[in-house]
Design a protein around this ligand. Sequence first.
Ligand SMILES: [Zn+2]
Length: 374
Amino acid sequence: MLRRIGLFRLFGIQVSLNYTWFIIFALITWTLAVRYFPSTYPGLSPWVYWLVGAVAALLLFVSVLFHEFSHSLVARRSGLPIKEITLFIFGGVAQMGEDVKDPRTELKMAVAGPAASVLLAVLFGASAAFFYITVGRSPLVAVLTYVATLNLILTFFNLVPGFPLDGGRVLRALLWMRTNDIRQATRIASAVGQGFAILLILLGVVSFLSGQLVSGVWLVLIGLFLKQAAELGYRQVMVRRSLMGIKVRELMTAEVVAVDPSLTLERLAHDYFLGYRYSSFPVLQEGEVVGMVGLDEMKRVAREVWPTVRVIEVMRPLAPDGYAHPDEDASHALARMLRADLGRLPVIENGELVGILTRRDVMHLLRIRTDLGE
Ligand SMILES: [Zn+2]
């Protein structure tokens, strides 16, 4: 579910599409062009139906985006940096650089989305009414009415009290306020979310078997997406909680094997990759980390030229967030590693390489903690 395609930036936030969105776009356009509009507005030519269907699907996209941006802008006003919004079926996921720190912020953020959708439903509904009175029955009125209805559905769907839906976030925030225990609050809200997801899948199967093929497929798709999101949301919270208060310094390996930028790939392969069996090495130039070189970089270069190509030519230069600080929270460093798909992160203090943090070390600690039931 992590595959995504970058679209554009808005208010400094990257907007991306999950590949499922194309299925949804096609499904919506098709449903509208072949079924909904021909039966409600008969007598128009097929290409008008397809055009109207595509416009309605695009307006749905804009509506979902508006909903997500309301969440994100409220989050940002509360001091939480939002880097990216990915649109999925019937909603989106905003990638936060940090976790919500208190239930009040969570509550405000969660409510912002449905409030935005209600606003859109009213706006589209009012314009539909306006054009109906002035122009009469027309495809335009049909599109506006349809999009207004979809926004209402979006509102109610998102208000179901199962995490990670907005309603579930509201429930989690309220439980969290009460018990002061975010882990328990998340567990309950996720369980409700998974229960709701299973209900949707069953409902979808029943609809499908009773002949309502399209709505059946819809319900199953949404149910599957929700179930996965509920499980994932809970696991993320557990990981963050398990690592809470643990600094990078406690998990890193202090003895680091670094390589020289002038080293040839031939020697890198034999002396380092085969010798130490690490998947990547920091590149050290005059005591300063300038990049990382791993098996991926090696693989991009033809084996015949390994004796002449040097590390400096193929290494991945050190990115601004491509390293960790020893006093940083381990969960933050892990989040960056997962986002950038890095296995090892150099640990740098005052410009000096003091250790290396590996994903395996972090995962190992998590497993031990889980086994101990902490
Ligand atoms: Zn929402």
